[in-house]
Design a protein around this ligand. Structure first.
Ligand SMILES: Cc1ncc(COP(=O)(O)O)c(C=O)c1O
Ligand SMILES: Nc1c(O)cccc1C(=O)C[C@H](N)C(=O)O
Length: 411
């Protein structure tokens, strides 16, 4: 056994989260490693049985009664309360439903409306210039609809770009491509100092590291639940609105589910109080209740423990890559500093598409992002140190077989 393989064995032996792996459906660890939980989390074992019950009994037998008797109607807030501690929010701040893209729209237009209610001169939306595409597209549309101009700015330059015309700022907590963690506390404070409102996209941080929404005074936030929260393909996203902004939050999608009296079926709109104001239409119950079952894996787990293991895993993976892969063959895009790292490692190499294809054929599943990025996501609830060592070893084998040489420069 190599030195790194035996180090992995020792680290796995003292891993306090190791037992959690059994709560997921995964392949044989001797032949496969799943490092794509930052795109689609693995299936928790509790989910199929719950879905079976929801479909056969709740829908098949109770039918319409399940809206009340099985708590279907209140699922968006109830599941929001289950996610809340994972992102540092108190109960009553989060509602689950719709996609991340739709929630980005609600949050961003809502943020502009909040800013405008105090100062009509604010007519600029600042957006992370390196953002995941959907955020940029939605921000452009929100700007057109609200009569704002859109200003794409790299996150590190945001403080210098803010001014008395800034209405709202949309930022990613962790960059989907590089895995860079942005400084949520200081960027939130800078936006507030400029008198504007901030919306954070938590897709790549929720369930992987502490977020501290309430503690840092974040205005609005959105996130998906199919990555580190393991809710399943297309599972519903969530919307967070700070407690003292909830009664001023003016949703641009005021569907009947967000009405104060939805079953009054009234022609006039009166928004509900609290988190339900972020609802729109009928919740997608099957996906939502799959998510609720998936969240049970968090029972007894702290986000701090997940963060410690995540950093240890990504450190160890980088150590293995450095030991096994010839210098210069790949360049690491993910920052080394713990304070700037999410829960993935992104390696750049010119033939990344071909390399990832070969890795997947050998059971190491990460993903490829254009034009030249290999992404490896580390989900601490089900990935261990032996997985990290195996992935780096197979990566080195694949790279040895393929041609290109220069990975570029390190950050
Ligand atoms: C940062 C970020 N925002 C948004 C999304 C996706 O939004 P949606 O859930 O609407 O597809 C993703 C991933 O797909 C993402 O990585
Ligand atoms: N949401 C996805 C999907 O529906 C299909 C494939 C991938 C995804 C993703 O989540 C991509 C992911 N947000 C990324 O960081 O690239």
């Amino acid at each position: 056994m190599s030195e790194l393989a035996s180090k992995a064995e020792k680290l796995d032996a003292v891993d306090e989260l190791a037992a959690k792996r059994a709560e997921f459906v995964l392949d044989d660890p001797d032949t496969a490693v799943y490092l794509d939980g930052n795109s689609l989390g693995a299936l928790p074992v509790a989910v199929p049985g719950r879905i079976e019950d929801v479909v056969r009994r709740q829908w098949g037998e109770l039918r319409i009664r399940s809206w009340t008797e099985e708590g279907w109607w209140t699922a968006p807030e109830r599941i929001g309360d289950r996610i809340a501690p994972l992102v540092g929010a108190a109960a009553g701040r989060i509602v689950v439903g719709d996609s991340t893209s739709v929630n980005l729209f609600k949050a961003l237009v809502g943020a502009v409306r909040l800013a405008r209610s105090a100062d009509t001169g604010r007519d600029e939306i600042v957006v992370d210039a390196t953002t995941f595409p959907t955020d940029g597209y939605i921000a452009a549309s929100a700007a057109r609809m609200t009569g704002c101009t859109l200003r794409p700015v790299p996150p590190s330059e945001v403080p210098g770009a803010l001014g008395d015309r800034t209405a709202a700022v949309l930022l990613n907590h962790v960059d989907y491509r590089t895995g860079r963690l942005h400084d949520l506390p200081s960027l939130t404070a800078a936006v507030h100092a400029a008198g504007a409102y901030v919306v954070w996209d938590l897709c790549h941080s929720a369930g992987a590291l502490p977020v501290g929404l309430d503690g840092h005074g974040v205005d609005l936030a959105v996130g998906c639940t199919y990555k580190y929260l393991n809710g399943g393909p297309g599972s519903p996203a969530y919307l967070y609105v700070r407690a003292d902004l909830q009664d001023r939050f003016d949703s641009p999608l005021p569907g009947w589910n967000s009405h104060a009296d939805p079953f009054g079926m009234r022609p006039d709109y009166e928004p509900a109080a609290g988190a339900p104001r972020g609802r729109v239409g009928t919740p997608d119950i099957l996906s939502m209740l799959a998510l609720e079952a998936a969240l049970e894996v968090w029972d007894g787990v702290t986000v701090d423990a997940v963060r410690s293991k995540s950093l240890a895993l990504t450190d160890f993976f980088l150590e293995c890559v450095e030991a096994y892969v010839p210098a210069g063959r790949v360049a690491c895009l993910t920052p080394r500093a713990h304070g700037e790292r999410g829960s993935q490692v992104a390696l750049r190499c010119p033939d990344a598409g071909d390399v990832m294809k070969r890795l997947i054929e050998r059971g190491v599943v990460g993903d490829f992002r254009h034009p030249d990025v290999l992404r490896f996501g580390f989900t601490p609830l089900y990935i261990g140190f032996a997985d990290a060592e195996r992935a780096a070893r197979v990566l080195a084998q694949v790279l040895a077989e393929t041609g290109a040489q220069d990975g570029g420069t390190a950050p």
